[in-house]
Design a binder for this molecule. Sequence first.
Ligand code: GLN
Ligand code: ZN
Length: 737
Amino acid sequence: MTIKTSNLGFPRLGKNREWKKAIENYWAGNIAEEELNQLLDELEHENIEIQRLHHLDSVPVGDFSRYDHILDASLLFNIIPKRFQGREVNDDLLFDIARGNREHVASALIKWFNTNYHYIVPEWDDVTPCLNTERLKQYYNETGHFHSVIPGPITFVALSKGGEQSFEDKVRTLLPLYKEVINHVSAKGADYIQLDEPILVTDQASDLKAITKEAYEFLAQESDGKVVLQTYFERVDLSFVAELPVYGLGLDFVHDNGYNLKQIKEGLFPSDKVLYAGIIDGRNVWASDIESKKNLIETLQEYVSDIVIQPSSSLLHVPVTLEKEEIDQAVLDGLSFAVEKLDELYALKQLFNEQDAALYEQLKERYTRFQNQGFKKLDYQYDAVRASRESSFETRRVLQNDALQLPELPTTTIGSFPQSKEVRKYRADWKNKRISDEEYQSFLEHEIKRWIEIQEELGLDVLVHGEFERNDMVEFFGEKLEGFLVTRYGWVQSYGSRAVKPPIIYGDIKWTEPLTLKETIYAQSLTDKPVKGMLTGPVTILNWSFERTDLPRHVVQNQIALAINEEVLALEQAGIKVIQVDEPALREGLPLRKEYHEDYLEKAVHAFKLATSSVDDRTQIHTHMCYSQFGQIIHSIKALDADVISIETSRSHGDLIKDFEDITYGLGIGLGVYDIHSPRIPTQKEIATAIERALQQIDRSLFWVNPDCGLKTRNEEEVREALAVLVQTVELFRKNQ
Ligand code: GLN
Ligand code: ZN
């Protein structure tokens, strides 16, 4: 039985981030539309060529977006936000919807399932759905084998908002348009049409069965293309999707917690369909255990006759290629980016179809060599580290008040101060060795000193050093901890033209040198007020890195926790009395399915506590989170047992405080009293209202006042003015108490 190979999507960015550069140059007015089109056409062509060179039996077309594939579908179906209606439907409209323009705000940006990619939310208010036929071009290709990749109708509607129609009616409105698209691309030669339906792997799927059935029955009857219902990121209910009249089913065998395979073994895969088997991890950077992939294919073959192997999801979520990386061979052996994943598919295809094991053996050997490296085998003494504070919060609180002597309603900031052009230039110059370590260090000290003085002048109570040495709150730690690798070209699209370069956790993690000590101690030496140490927590570091998959996630998380604990203790030893451990990613790391939430939260809380509990009762631990839907995880946040939490609230006042009130939170809370995402300076009245509202429910003696989040994206003047208003407002409260 021969197998075929395919792919669900390829990174858009290009080997040198050409995609991002072209689009940003177009936005800046540096290049004209024709040039943008030419650059992007070339890049798309290159992406397709790379995939063809790897002998894929079919390459994806349609995934190469200029911003986001969901937004592409919105424009294709004429689902245009009301405020942008009446304009020609072209790429300028697309960019305006995505980014906003002078008159109108952008559409919302939301996380794509449990990835760090973000899509643009379709808005259905007052829309007139129809097919914009000139936008169909994106979904086919004039030469060679391809399949069209289009968001499926159920997922598209599920991710939408607004409009009067019911969910079902929205789907029904779209179906005739889908039919036209399918017929059109089929006529253009599409081998099949990949309709992406990741919504079917979520808890919501069980409520969507009737409309899913109706939709796919309609498409089977009315259109004449071969439809593959593609799922990923979790398991599907196979007994349900098996009934749908589609040509093929795409299942994820990597992120399904074993359930897709289990269902196949139960004989649930229908004999009349093709299995598009997602066997290579589309979301991580690791070379596959190629032998286990071979075994998986053999197992699948016992139950299914027609198999296409492919990545578990679009390769959008991984960097393009290792080609130009200069990484130690010992680690390189273990890695596989998008292009290298295509090699893995090809190796398996050669093995099965041609009995040619050359590439397969080579990959197998590399994999084995990597797994046996010493850097993966450290010993840890978890039991030697405390996982809960010595005394209760009530006891600690008294001791801390005594040690810190803060006024009531203490004021502080979240950590970062403006990353000015100068700051970024110095850092780049230092990284590229244009300036010496000494020069860089003395610049950092100069900047820290300047900002300590500013904070004293403003009258803030707990000061920060400003995080000028950091590019990013995770990459910075990745550069310093053992077991992490920071690549040069490992970029992944986060949203629009924004790309991130997550560090890669390749080995056991170890703290070998202080991470933040020098800057923090220096800042503290300049003032009598307490300077708050500033660290990123284990849950966030793990979530924003490419994690190891050869160890359970929580083990890696605990390793990071021990490393952070070392830094916490080093800071404490150096006389730092307040230490903040940020966990902004705690909530976004929640697994897709609810059944796994409790386990995830329990382990996350444990890791945070491992990282922070060893300190003396008098040392005050802060944490920070910047999102507002706390409801479902509020118990876990309380369980972190941080002495003070600072949170974003300026966009959701009442609700949020209620979350904390509902369980009588009882620990220190710093409320974000103004929105740092906007350059607008808050008024005293606004801040006073926010404080008053909070004080109706939260004990005054537990209450802190701070901005929403770090101030790195604001400029100096905005920061000075806004913080001055904040401090003045608090002084009024203190006087009128
Ligand atoms: N301490 C970080 C900062 O101030 C926190 C950033 C975040 O919450 N994402 O920038
Ligand atoms: Zn924040």
